[in-house]
Design a protein around this ligand. Sequence first.
Ligand SMILES: [Zn+2]
Length: 343
Amino acid sequence: MDPEIQPPPGKAEIKAKIWKLKTAPKIKHFLWKLLSGALATGDNLKRRHIRNHPQCHRCCQEDETSQHLFFDCFYAQQVWRASGIPHQELRTTGITMETKMELLLSSCLANRQPQLFNLAIWILWRLWKSRNQLVFQQKSISWQNTLQRARNDVQEWEDTNTYVQSLNQQVHSSRHQQPTMARTKWQRPPSTWIKYNYDGAFNHQTRNAKAGWLMRDENGVYMGSGQAIGSTTSDSLESEFQALIIAMQHAWSQGYRKVIFEGDSKQVEELMNNEKLNFGRFNWIREGRFWQKRFEEAVFKWVPRTNNQPADILAKHHLQPNQSFKFHYYVPAFITSTLYYDH
Ligand SMILES: [Zn+2]
């Protein structure tokens, strides 16, 4: 066998486990890079002849290997010690990083104490983030703060998960219901999220497509609403898509990063959630995905039209001639009563 040919670093079985973890995609990519020696740590950069001084930026005493950065450095040691994760081996120097990762991923921790397991992987992520802030922004984050951020990450991840699961259940049960069109209560987004209700209006004669949307926060408080005249579309589905994309662009421009987009077009919701394929609408789906990727979290939800009244009224309400966009900082009079009902 040619001695020059080496398998890529990192045991294949451990790496395979990473993709099966129930965690955020960014964490999977990060763990995979860590195990593949693909993170830009001092020693990896030196190997690639990018940096000459591979020292740890934190202690300046040892080379910045992944092993050192994530486990052996005094900084990491303090985080692990205070984390409450029972594995002594994680803090034992001299055990390789790969063995520690193997231990972490193959231990019963994931099954028996998922919260501690999640904490362990978010600690790794936060150690890396804190290191990067130190290197690139000269910002020193205390180890206590790094641990606290990891704990917050775990909490946020679990909250989001529970929320998305409850959404799926609602969508599932609403699909099997008879379409009784009784209006139910509008549901608030979870804490730190914003909900956009959007709707498109399509005029069959003029082929004009209008969009209406409004945003509300976790307390159901009105945050603004808008109306826009979009490009000419060929049917009502396209005008719904267009309304969604305008709402996404607006949410992005406002700096919102976790947003629920709720509309009354079942087709749009199914296409955006990958439940159906439709090549005829490919360009619209691609555009939607392009915007979706820019958010930390963007969730698409369907509600019956009766539950989307404020957005529906906004989409249909006239705009002044030669006006193509209107933003309402205050609740416009024509949606006051329907908004009151939701609240
Ligand atoms: Zn160090």
